[in-house]
Design a protein around this ligand. Structure first.
Ligand SMILES: [Zn+2]
Length: 277
């Protein structure tokens, strides 16, 4: 059963009629008492690069995942939701391709406090880029600073290899190796060096890392070498923050393995019985 709440203005630049509504709450009948009945906020506001297809796909797919998993889901790109009072009802905040500065100082303080006092966070792809202009966000929440992604070509198939931190129980249910096409994000330094628990790393062997044509100001051709994390998590105060650099294209959100990763990430972030450390 869908309950549609119209709480914000139109996203006029999207052509998908579904996205004419901001703030959707999906309620489902409990069908599996063993599942976590999480209250999840999907937030996709993009003030820098807009992943139009990926954001549309996430807003299409997340209600299906919520129905399967018996989550209560709110979809909203309204930053005024980021108050202490409103955030406290959510188990997990999913930021899917959130870019640029989307929160004002008070909203940032409420978000930071929510995380540090035990909230759950799952960041997807563009959410980990370098457009956020927020030291705490890079240093504590994501623990990596985006450098670039390859452009020659932009999308390449790579192999992901799983690591299983002991404090991420669902890890064994994810593939140990995984062939995936992506716009591969390169970070200035491995988040492992800042204490992140790594779940997937990218084998760079066959990936061309050029970001732009040689001789231009934007030219970057470095990779991250033997330690190129793509999916990881961090303990932030009492809270839990999961980040996956996967998810540029809209089609990726319909992939069952990618969906499974997102489900397990949200369950981990929202399960208060599963400690981070
Ligand atoms: Zn992208």
């Amino acid at each position: 059963m869908y309950i549609i709440l119209i709480t914000g203005c139109c996203l006029a630049y999207f052509s998908f009629s579904r996205l004419l509504y901001e703030g959707e709450t999906l309620s489902t009948d409990p069908t599996d008492l063993n599942q976590l009945q999480l209250n999840v906020l999907l937030y996709c506001k993009a003030n820098a690069w807009v992943h139009i297809d990926a954001i549309a796909a996430a807003k299409e797919v997340f209600p299906e995942l919520a129905k399967q998993q018996d989550w209560k889901l709110t979809i909203s790109d309204d930053p005024t939701l980021f108050t202490t009072h409103q955030l406290e009802k959510y188990d997990v905040l999913v930021w899917s391709n959130v870019t640029g500065r989307t929160l004002d100082d008070d909203q940032r303080a409420a978000f930071k406090d929510y995380i540090e006092t035990g909230g759950g966070f799952v960041g997807i792809h563009g959410t980990g880029d370098n457009s956020h202009d927020w030291d705490w966000y890079y240093d504590e929440l994501i623990r990596a600073v985006f450098s670039h992604h390859p452009m020659e070509p932009q999308f390449q198939v790579g192999t992901l290899t799983r690591e299983c931190p002991s404090n991420f129980k669902a890890c064994e249910s994810l593939p140990s190796q995984w062939e995936w096409e992506e716009e591969w994000y390169v970070f200035e330094e491995s988040p492992r060096n800042k204490g992140a628990a790594i779940i997937y790393t990218l084998d760079e062997t066959n990936i061309v890392m050029h970001a732009d044509s040689k001789g231009t100001e934007k030219h970057k051709d470095k990779g991250m070498g033997d330690d190129h994390p793509i999916v990881w998590f961090n303990c932030v105060g009492e809270g839990k923050a999961f980040y996956s650099a996967l998810g540029h294209k809209g089609t990726y959100y319909h992939d069952p393995v990618h969906q499974k990763l997102l489900i397990k990430a949200i369950e981990w972030a929202g399960d208060h019985n599963q400690k981070c450390n």
